[in-house]
Every structure is written in C-alpha cells, then in structure tokens.
Design a protein around this ligand. Structure first.
Ligand code: SF4
Length: 252
C-alpha cells in the first residue's frame, strides 16, 4: 500500500513541478478525499477547488464544512452563473434533466462544465481522482495526458487504485468522507441524479440511473468526440427513458 501511496505523491509532485499553477478539482468523492489528504499532508502547492452545482445532497455540504475544518489547504468553491441557471430552468423546468440526454447534459454544462472552465482558466495542470475501474467510459485513461477540451495537462494519480485501496487509505488515515457512502452511494453527484446501488451493481449505476452506461459522463471528463453530443435544447425524450424514470419514482 505504501508503494501505491508514494507513487501517487510522485505524480502529484510532477504535476506541480512541471506545470506551475497546478490545481485539483475535487468532487468530494472518496477518491478525491484521498487526494485532498495527500496534498495537504505533503504541503503540495496545488490549488484545491470544488463545484457547488446548487443541487448537492446535504451530506456533501456537511463534508465541505468538515474539509474546511480539517485541512489547512483551502478549498475554493465555484458556483454556476445564476443567469445561465435561470435560463436553463425557464427553458427546461427545474428538473428538466429527466427529459432526455440533451437536456441532462445541458444542465451539467450550466452547473458543472462552465464553472469548471472558469476554475481551470489560467491553470497549468489539472489533477483528478478518476480511476479506470469506475466506469466503461474510463478504461482507456492514462496517468497523464493532454486534455484538448480544456487545453491542460491532466493527471489521474489514482488511476490504477481499486475501490478497496481507496477505502483502506480513508480508514487508515481517518480521512473525512461523505456519509452517503455508508448508505450504498459509491459514486456521488447531484441529489436528483444519484441513487443508491444494490449489491452486485456497477459502482456508477446510481449516477444518471435512467441513462445507458456509455452516456454517463457530465462533460467534465468527456472526450472531445463525446462532447459533441452536448446540447442546450431539449431532445425528444424516449419512451424507454421515460419508463425508467417513472419506475424509479414509483420505487422511491
Ligand atoms: S448531475 Fe443532474 S442536477 Fe447535477 S448538473 Fe448534472 S443534470 Fe444537473
């Protein structure tokens, strides 16, 4: 385990050394708490920031507060542009993301991608907590690669860590974490777009649970080709999608 930790610290140091103005985008998920702990513990000059979409679960706000009390490295929080949110809601409705992939991605764009672009503006490199095993959309990731969408070198130091590795680090180092993880939410996002999973389900099955697995990115880590699919209008919603949403709402 120590060897894996040392390798992560090496990657973080490289990101900071080779690319001044390195930053770490924390989603406050379990992996990102590991990286927050290591950045703070080693006093690495990497700016930590997070995005408040306005639709986060209460438990995530509690964790944000715990992070600010535990660590001396500050975590800057970016918010969506209020006029853009108002416009989205006027066009799609406050829960318009259930209406189709285009309207869901448009919501993610307004609440996540645009604030992320602002946060990354002027930065030299971007550290993330992505792991290969998290999703079919992440199997081809590399530890370091150029992200053409954001024009930055991107580092994924935990790429080959397992779910077990992440939780071993959190337990061994008493790292604060989102209490929803104890209620079968292995992957966390906005409250209306995240549900708990059952044993045997994919760990990201609870994210945008009404969509097909290959669509399950919000645009923060999508490839250029997949971002072409981002739209700002509302697509015709499919019957299958409507049925999945309806089934979920009936079971909730
Ligand atoms: S996860 Fe859901 S609520 Fe959050 S930005 Fe994306 S579509 Fe909107």
């Amino acid at each position: 385990m120590q060897q894996k930790i040392d390798q992560v610290v090496d990657v973080l140091q490289k990101a900071r050394r080779d690319f001044p103005q390195a930053c770490f985008a924390s989603s406050l998920g379990a992996e990102d708490m590991v990286l927050t702990d290591l950045i703070d513990k080693h006093g690495l000059d990497i700016e930590i920031f997070s995005l408040d979409t306005g639709r986060l679960p209460e438990e995530t706000y509690n964790l944000m507060q715990a992070v600010s009390e535990r660590y001396s490295t500050p975590m800057k929080v970016y918010f969506p542009d209020s006029a853009a949110v108002e416009n989205y809601v006027a066009q799609n409705g406050v829960n318009g993301f259930y209406g189709g992939i285009a309207s869901r991605k448009a919501c993610c764009f307004v609440r996540k991608v645009e604030p992320l672009r602002r946060a990354l503006s002027g930065k030299g490199s971007w550290v993330t907590g992505l792991r290969r095993a998290q999703a079919v959309t992440r199997v081809n990731l590399e530890v370091s690669s150029f992200d053409a969408d954001f024009g930055l070198q991107k580092f994924n130091p935990l790429l080959d860590w397992s779910h077990k590795d992440v939780w071993a680090y959190i337990r061994n180092n008493d790292v604060p974490y989102n209490k929803l993880h104890d209620e079968f939410y292995p992957s966390l996002g906005c409250a209306p777009c995240t549900r708990s999973v059952t044993p045997g389900e994919d760990i990201r099955a609870g994210r945008w649970w009404w969509e097909d697995p290959e669509n399950k990115e919000c645009g923060l880590h999508a490839s250029k080709s997949s971002q072409v699919a981002h739209g700002f209008g509302v697509s015709a919603s499919s019957d299958a999608l409507k049925r999945r949403v309806q089934t979920f709402l009936e079971k909730s």
